[in-house]
Design a protein around this ligand. Structure first.
Ligand SMILES: C[S@@+](CC[C@H](N)C(=O)[O-])C[C@H]1O[C@@H](n2cnc3c(N)ncnc32)[C@H](O)[C@@H]1O
Length: 105
């Protein structure tokens, strides 16, 4: 199964995909966030059975990006996963600041 997050941010969708044994592509326009997503992925246990790709790109040109990268058809698209259960897990948490913002909103 392949999962797409066209607005990846700092990569939580890719981490969840990796943890649940799914292939995933995340597209993010901000290079800084792409770097953070890759860093977060690298801090999780290796999983050679699936792939998680954090790509720098503009999702308004998603079809071009998929063609250029020869990416497969996606089975599922998610742009805002429900955070709360993930934030309870240390491996999915980014910073205390993020948690505090989520709690107060
Ligand atoms: C709410 S955040 C992402 C949250 C993320 N989906 C998650 O669940 O953790 C939205 C992200 O979309 C990115 N973004 C905005 N316009 C974009 C575009 N045209 N293509 C790709 N990424 C974009 C922003 O830089 C921002 O990091």
């Amino acid at each position: 199964m392949w999962v797409l997050d066209p607005f990846l941010g700092t990569g939580s969708t890719l981490l969840a995909a990796k943890a649940s044994g799914r292939n995933a592509v995340g597209v993010e326009i901000n290079q800084r966030y792409v770097r953070i997503a890759k860093q977060r992925l690298s801090e999780t246990p290796r999983n050679h059975a699936t792939k998680q790709l954090a790509l720098k790109g503009d999702s308004s040109r998603l079809a071009d990006l998929f063609r250029e990268r020869e990416l497969p058809k996606m089975d599922y698209c998610i742009t805002s996963p429900p955070y709360w259960n993930q934030l309870k897990r240390a491996s999915m948490r980014q910073t205390l600041g993020t948690l505090m913002i989520t709690r107060s909103s």
